[in-house]
Design a protein around this ligand. Structure first.
Ligand SMILES: Nc1ncnc2c1ncn2[C@@H]1O[C@H](COP(=O)(O)OP(=O)(O)OP(=O)(O)O)[C@@H](O)[C@H]1O
Ligand SMILES: [Mg+2]
Length: 332
């Protein structure tokens, strides 16, 4: 419309040359003035674009400002100090995402220091959510999590996260070297790195890479297979020397032979540490001394593998067949 108006103005001045005796020179002067006018008019018109752009940006800034920050707890007590490992107590924990259905419903449990606990249950049952609450990534709507009897609100999030290590099913890797992904910038000797890689069954893979520890992994570790990424995340966890270890489906992408070797190699490392293993596969569940079955946001069954098989509840339905199959294989 702006250009249309502009052209009408020019046509009008040409008509005036023909009918009202405007000289050619005056007409050209009118054109020249038009050029001067066009700039500011266009700027005024552009304000609307700038305005809608700024409005979108302002909305996003306001969204950021509205995000609730996680609570900052004071460092009143440190139960991890001078301890090889700690116990975990969870009391009356309830949690739901954004006022949705309750994912955890009045859950209570206690894990002794050094105990190895497997957490099993249907997919979508809330196991990962529970793990994230243990780390303080979500604040429960009711109840609390204690380490060695001290609630997280007295320990401080950063201290909990320094001492409780989690390996997730889809580990996050950085677009950097293998070394950087393992150390995350800390100074750790090569011997220690190779030791951790050996336990994680990754030594041969990294040796085979063209630049060894200095090889780049690509965006989120695309150059590694899913199982190799998981093993790298396990090696990273080993290097942090945590007091409590949580493996959330950490070996789900490994073949059974490698998984077996990994569990064997991890055994002495986990010996002294409280460990929670979230798993679907029997091979991973069998590493634990105690099994907790998650159902409807609560612990439905609690006991050793054999006990739960005998009880014939959900665990027996989930794992009875796998167990018989593994017995049959070992008999042959
Ligand atoms: N960030 C989120 N926002 C809203 N709902 C979520 C979020 N994360 C998970 N959920 C929901 O919470 C429920 C529990 O999810 P969770 O990841 O804890 O299950 P899970 O037991 O770990 O399952 P799986 O065995 O498949 O890993 C699911 O129904 C899921 O849809
Ligand atoms: Mg999960």
């Amino acid at each position: 419309m702006f250009l249309f108006g502009f052209d009408i103005f020019r046509a009008f001045s040409m008509f005036m040359v023909v009918y009202s005796g405007l000289s050619i020179g005056q007409m050209l002067a009118v054109f020249a003035y038009l050029w001067f006018m066009m700039g500011p008019v266009q700027e005024v018109l552009n304000i609307q674009y700038t305005w809608s752009g700024a409005k979108a940006a302002l909305d996003r800034i306001n969204d950021l400002i509205r995000i609730q920050l996680e609570p900052e707890y004071p460092h009143l007590e440190n139960p991890f100090l001078n301890q090889t490992t700690v116990s975990i107590q969870v009391t009356n924990l309830s949690f739901s995402y954004n006022n949705g259905p309750l994912i955890l419903n009045d859950l209570s449990l206690s894990i002794a220091p050094g105990q190895k606990v497997a957490l099993v249950g249907a997919s979508g049952g809330g196991k990962t959510t529970f793990v994230q609450i243990l780390l303080g990534l979500y604040t429960p709507s009711q109840g609390q999590v204690c380490y060695q009897g001290v609630p997280i609100s007295r320990i401080g999030m950063d201290i909990v996260r320094d001492n409780v290590a989690t390996v997730l099913q889809h580990p996050i890797l950085f677009q950097d070297t293998v070394r950087m992904n393992l150390t995350l910038g800390r100074a750790i000797t090569d011997t220690k790195l190779w030791e951790a890689l050996a336990i994680a069954q990754l030594q041969e893979v990294i040796t085979a890479l063209p630049a060894g520890l200095e090889s780049m992994l690509g965006h989120n570790g695309v150059r590694l297979s899913g199982g190799e990424r998981q093993r790298l995340a396990i090696a990273r966890m080993l290097l942090t020397d945590p007091k409590v270890v949580i493996l959330d489906e950490a070996t789900s992408a490994l073949d059974t032979a490698t998984e077996n070797n990994l569990h064997l190699a991890l055994r002495s490392f986990l010996q002294e540490r409280t460990t929670i293993i979230v798993a679907h596969r029997l091979s991973a569940v069998r590493q634990a001394d105690r099994v907790l079955v998650f159902e409807n946001g609560q612990i439905a069954e609690d006991g050793s593998h054999n006990q739960l098989l005998q009880e014939g509840g959900l665990y027996a339905t989930l794992y009875g067949k796998q167990h018989q199959a593994s017995l049959a294989i070992s008999d042959n």
